[in-house]
Ligand binder design. Structure first.
Ligand code: FES
Length: 135
């Protein structure tokens, strides 16, 4: 039995999921020595099964500190997105789903109707892709 080209799922282009590991809890109440909200979100995201299309990179501050926790989706040739308001304890699955959708989207634009609600409400910025260098 052979598999036709059209039967194959598209291979998602690699993307980078940046996770702010220094976001504080929204109420700014963290126990002495306890990891901050961003660190907990990063731990939850990296505890999920790895996806070869998604490279997870910790960063210290995405300048969205008032909308804790913050993440960003980026890839060459695609729009870059910054999201905030991601709860540390519950957002990992949604973020990874959104990252997968972003990786599969040709230009990084996830159709609005398919976009998880947290990504609709949490969008902070979208930044156009850099122009390709002249040949
Ligand atoms: S500390 Fe997370 S965005 Fe600034």
């Amino acid at each position: 039995m052979t598999t036709a080209i059209q039967d194959l799922a598209p291979t998602p282009a690699p993307m980078t999921l940046y996770v702010c590991t220094t976001c504080r809890d929204a109420d700014h109440v963290v126990g002495q020595g306890a990891p901050c909200a961003g660190a907990r979100l990063f731990a939850a995201i990296t505890a999920a099964p790895a996806d070869p299309a998604i490279t997870i990179v910790p960063v210290e501050c995405l300048s969205v500190c008032k909308r804790t926790c913050a993440v960003s989706f980026a890839a060459p040739g695609k729009w870059t997105y910054v999201y905030g308001d991601m709860p540390a304890e519950t957002a990992a699955e949604t973020i990874l789903l959104g990252a997968k959708m972003y990786a599969e989207a040709k230009d990084g634009l996830i159709p609005w109707k398919q976009r998880p609600d947290a990504l609709k409400k949490g969008a902070v910025a979208r930044i156009p892709a850099l122009p390709s260098p002249a040949p």
